[in-house]
Design a protein around this ligand. Structure first.
Ligand SMILES: NC(=O)c1ccc[n+]([C@@H]2O[C@H](COP(=O)([O-])OP(=O)(O)OC[C@H]3O[C@@H](n4cnc5c(N)ncnc54)[C@H](O)[C@@H]3O)[C@@H](O)[C@H]2O)c1
Length: 382
């Protein structure tokens, strides 16, 4: 346990890194020791806005080599292709790491990083900040308390016309083979796993690219998922739509009612199921023929800021030794296996069972290596 602020190095000061700089800069229990970006002007901008005392450099190595930037932890917000090298370097310096998603596009690299974190006895977390949206926390609470009975099935829809040519968006996604799966759906799969408190048992998937898409790869994803606790989820996510307005809807049916999230942020309604109502009228209208939805009171939330604060609190608590983190690389591997199962289902045209992928993964050299400590898939030891 320590009382002084956790000293953090931020790598990457682009779209996401700028948000991290703001959130770390405002945190009372953290301080920004250094900011590295290969585009030094971006690092300088982040420093000037949020952390005047931070050291600025073009790469992580230069910050690590400077005695001025004596740090406890590193947060990495660079493109996925750079994550393996940067996380490895930070762990080699025995620093705790939080890396943005996806930890890597290559499962061998992911398992290698989990093994490195374990060997260094350092925490490795991943940027699954949407877990900390008040709506996500509320859905998870309903599932865990059983207040509405057991969850049964769900429909998750995310339509966004994300024009990849916009100046204010990153461009590395333009050439990815599976931009939607690896950059966006990974968040949704993580939310489904986290909120339903269950792992995926099997799935069948299709992905495709509409003719007007700005992306080279598939940016439409449709998946039917069976969870180990029996929940079924029907998922459709896209970055190529024919309407510029965002459309988000996540509806979960429980035995005793439904939870419906109608916006990506700040919204959740609850319906208490009244079986007797079905005995009267055609039930096609809301006016008295159906149960009235009740708005769930949620904490106000600034998207990408308050949820990132929640994740930062988990990371800082882990760095201080106050808590055992749950948003770990081992946990993230499960979401990456869901992505991998989607890609394999696309190739085979059939259902893919997750346990087969887990078994294959556990026998990879990095994870099969005996460490004498900690679970093979799961958290990292403190
Ligand atoms: N969790 C979230 O809500 C969320 C949101 C957006 C992006 N992301 C993730 O954040 C990461 C970055 O995405 P982005 O949109 O900020 O991209 P970006 O292109 O806007 O920014 C990346 C920055 O990294 C710098 N960079 C690249 N290689 C580097 C290296 N080796 N060392 C130092 N700096 C380097 C670039 O100069 C750039 O400034 C990705 O993994 C992305 O998936 C997460």
């Amino acid at each position: 346990m320590r009382d002084s602020p956790v000293r953090v190095i931020l790598v990457g000061a682009g779209v996401r890194g700028a948000m991290w700089a703001q959130v770390i800069g405002e945190a009372a229990d953290a301080s920004l020791a250094g900011i590295a970006d290969s585009d030094e002007a971006r690092a300088t901008r982040a420093r000037d806005s949020h952390a005047p005392a931070a050291l600025v450099a073009r790469d992580l190595a230069a910050v690590l080599d400077s005695p001025q930037a004596d740090a406890d932890a590193v947060i990495i917000a660079t493109p996925p292709s750079t994550h393996h090298a940067l996380v490895s370097r930070a762990l080699a310096h025995r620093l705790h790491v939080l890396c943005e998603k996806p930890l890597s596009e290559d499962l061998d690299e992911v398992t290698d990083l989990i093994a490195r974190a374990r060997a260094a006895r350092r925490h490795l977390l991943v940027g699954m900040n949407f877990r900390y949206l008040p709506s996500s926390q509320r859905i998870r609470r309903y599932v865990r308390t059983g207040e509405l009975g057991a969850p049964s099935y769900a429909h998750f829809t995310y339509h966004r016309q994300r024009d990849g040519n916009r100046d204010d968006l990153n461009d590395y996604v333009m050439s990815m083979a599976h931009p939607m799966l690896l950059e966006q759906s990974i968040h949704h799969f993580d939310l489904l796993r986290y909120c339903y408190d269950a792992e995926v048992e099997s799935l069948v998937c299709d992905t495709w690219r509409p003719s007007w898409s700005t992306y080279a790869g598939d940016c439409c994803v449709s998946v039917l998922i069976r969870f180990e606790n029996g929940v079924r989820a029907n998922y459709l996510g896209t970055w190529t739509a024919a309407w510029n307005r965002m459309h988000f809807r996540w509806r979960t049916e429980f035995e005793g009612g439904a939870l419906i999230q109608r916006e990506q942020f700040d919204d959740l309604v609850r319906v208490d199921f009244d079986r007797g109502l079905g005995l009267r009228g055609p039930n096609f209208k809301g006016d008295g023929e159906a149960e009235a939805p009740v708005v769930e009171p949620l904490e106000p939330c600034t998207p990408f800021v308050d949820d990132t604060r929640g994740l930062l609190a988990e990371f800082l608590g882990a760095c201080r030794g106050d808590l055992e983190p749950v948003t770990t690389a081992g946990d993230h591997l499960e979401s990456l296996l869901v992505v991998q199962a989607c890609i394999e289902s696309l190739a085979s045209g059939g259902w893919v069972t997750l346990q087969e992928l887990r078994d294959r993964c556990a026998s990879r050299p990095a994870l099969a290596r005996p460490t004498g400590e900690g679970p093979v898939l799961g958290g990292e030891p403190s």
